[in-house]
Design a protein around this ligand. Sequence first.
Ligand SMILES: [Mg+2]
Length: 262
Amino acid sequence: MIIKEKIKDFLPLKNLNNFYVVADFDRTITNGNSQTSWSILAHSNLVSKSYIQERQTLYDYYRPIEISETIDINTKMNLMKEWYKKHISLFVKYQITEEIFEKAATDLRIMQFRPGAKEFIEFLYKNNIPLIVISAGIGNFIESFFKHNNCYFDNVYISSNKIIFQNGIAVGVEDNIIHSLNKNEVSLPKYILEKLKDKNNVILLGDQLSDLNMVDSSKHNLVINIGFQSDDYPLETLTSNYDIVCESKDDYIKLKNLLFSL
Ligand SMILES: [Mg+2]
C-alpha cells in the first residue's frame, strides 16, 4: 500500500460521522480480473454468439477512443454515449431477458468482490457511513450483485445506467447515460443529498483516473482518494494521482484497518 505523506496525518480517520464513501464499481468493488458489467454477458454462456460478436465489434471500435489522449473531450463524450446506446440496442435486438441479467450477476466465475470488500461494506453499514456507488456500468447487474451478496443495505445507493425491461425483456435504458467521462455530472436524488449534507469528508474509491472526477474536492474539507492498482496504468501514474494506492496484494481488510484502525 502506498500512502502519500500528507495523508498520514489524517489516519486513522476520526469522527466517522463526517464521512461518506463514493466508489466506482467495476474492478474497484469487484476484483481486478472480474468482468465489467458491460462485458459480463459476453463471458457467460447465456447469450448468442452473434450478440458476442457484435458487442466485440463495438468494443474494438470505441475502446481505443475511450482511452485516447488526443481526441478532444466533447467528441469523446458524444462517442461514448453513442457506444453505450449501440450496446444497449443489442440487448434489445437479442431480446436479453431480466432473468439472464440476474443469472450473470450472480455467477462468481465472472464477477466477484475484491477480498474483504464485503466486510468493508458491512463496516460502513454498521457505522452509518453512506456508500454511493457511481458506475458507468449497468446498474441492474450491480444491484443484483449487492442483493445476491446480502450487501444491499439502506446506506447503499447505486447511481448507474438502468436497463428497462418490459415483460422481462430489455427494451431500452433510462435517460442520462453515465459513461466513464461524465461521472462528475451524476446528480443524486434529494433524499440522498439530505443524508450527505452534514458530511464534509469523502473517501473516494476507484481504479481508473476518470474515477477521480466522481467527487469535486473543492466542495469538501477532506477528500481521500484511494486507487486500486490495475493493468491499465503504470503504478507511478496511480501514485501521483491517488492519495493511497492499494497494490495487487493489498485487500480491503488492510485498507479498513488503515482507515479506521481496527
Ligand atoms: Mg472501474
